[in-house]
Design a protein around this ligand. Structure first.
Ligand code: ZN
Length: 272
C-alpha cells in the first residue's frame, strides 16, 4: 500500500513532468474504482485548453489541480501513475488517461481498484489531520490527553488516518523500532520521553524514504518505473528471524500479528 513517501514521490514526479502543461483530454476506461467516476464534472476540470497547475499531497491522498478545479486522488492499495505514449489502452489495469496538448500523457493504473478520483469541492469540510513530516505537530498531538489516555496500541494510533495523515504499516514499525517502543505498547503506557522520541524519529524516517524514492514492497514503482530503495534500509519490516541491527543487541527480529496485520519488532530493544 503506498504510504506518505510513495505518494509524495508521485506528487513530485507529476509536478516535474506535467505542471503547467495544457490539457487535451481525460479518458476513463471503466465506470468506477472504489466509487463511480463523476465523469461529467471530472471531464470539465480536465477539459481541452485547461492548464494542469500541478499537484500536492494531502495526508495519503493527492490533490490534482487544474485551472478549472481540483480533484482528490487516493491510490488505495495499489494505485500508481505511468507515462503513456499512445491513446490506446496498453497498460494492464489502466483506468484513467490524461492527455496534454504537447503530446505527453500519463495513466492512472490500479490493479486492486481501491483508489478513487473525486472532485474536490470548495465546501468540503476541512479535516485537521497532523502532518507527520512536522516534528512539532506530532509532539503536540502525542502529548494531548486525548492521545496519552487512549486504550489502543501505539502502532494503531500511528496508523489512524483520522489523526495522522500518511503513516502505514512500514513506517509505523520502523519509527517504533528507532524510538525503542514495542508496537504492542498501549498509548496510556507510553512515557513523555518516548512520545518525544517518536515525534523525532517519524519525520526523519519519512524524509529519508522520500529522498530514496520510497519503499518498493509489493508493486510500488515510481512514475518513471524505477523502484524505491528505502526497503534496503528497513530495520524490522519483513526481517523475520534476522539479527537486530542495533550494535551489541543479541535480539532476533520477530513477526507478530496485530489486528490481522504483520508487525515486526526486536523483543530486546522494544519494550512494552
Ligand atoms: Zn535489538
Amino acid at each position: 500500500m503506498p504510504e506518505l513517501p510513495e505518494v509524495q514521490n508521485f506528487a513530485n514526479a507529476l509536478n516535474k513532468n506535467y505542471a503547467g502543461l495544457k490539457i487535451k483530454e481525460i479518458k476513463f476506461h471503466r465506470e468506477n474504482l472504489r466509487y463511480p467516476f463523476e465523469k461529467k464534472e471530472l471531464s470539465e476540470i480536465f477539459a481541452l485548453g485547461n492548464k494542469f497547475v500541478g499537484c500536492y499531497r494531502e495526508g495519503k491522498q493527492l490533490v490534482l489541480e487544474t485551472s478549472q478545479g481540483s480533484v482528490n486522488v487516493s491510490l488505495g492499495m495499489s494505485g500508481s501513475f505511468k507515462p503513456i505514449h499512445s491513446s490506446k489502452v496498453k497498460e494492464k489495469h489502466q483506468h484513467v488517461s490524461l492527455f496534454f496538448e504537447n503530446g505527453e500523457a500519463f495513466a492512472y493504473v490500479d490493479p486492486r481498484r481501491f483508489g478513487f478520483w473525486k472532485v474536490k469541492k470548495a465546501n468540503d469540510p476541512v479535516t485537521l489531520i497532523c502532518d507527520p513530516l512536522i516534528q512539532k505537530d506530532l509532539e503536540d498531538l502525542f502529548l494531548t490527553e486525548q492521545v496519552s489516555s487512549k486504550n489502543c496500541s501505539v502502532k494503531d494510533l500511528l496508523m489512524d488516518q483520522k489523526l495522522i495523515g500518511g503513516i502505514g504499516n512500514i513506517y509505523a514499525l520502523e519509527a517504533l523500532y528507532l524510538a525503542k517502543i514495542s508496537p504492542l505498547k498501549l498509548c496510556s503506557n507510553v512515557t513523555i520521553k518516548e512520545w518525544k522520541q517518536l515525534s523525532n524519529e517519524i519525520p526523519k524516517i519519512l524524509l529519508k524514504a522520500i529522498e530514496l524514492g520510497g519503499s518498493s514492497v509489493a508493486t510500488y514503482l515510481s512514475l518513471n518505473g524505477t523502484k524505491g530503495s528505502f526497503q534496503d534500509l528497513h530495520q524490522v519490516y519483513g526481517r523475520t528471524g534476522e539479527n537486530c541491527l542495533k550494535k551489541g543487541c543479541k535480539g532476533v527480529i520477530q513477526r507478530i500479528v496485530q489486528k490481522g496485520r504483520s508487525s515486526w519488532l526486536c523483543p530486546f530493544c522494544q519494550k512494552e
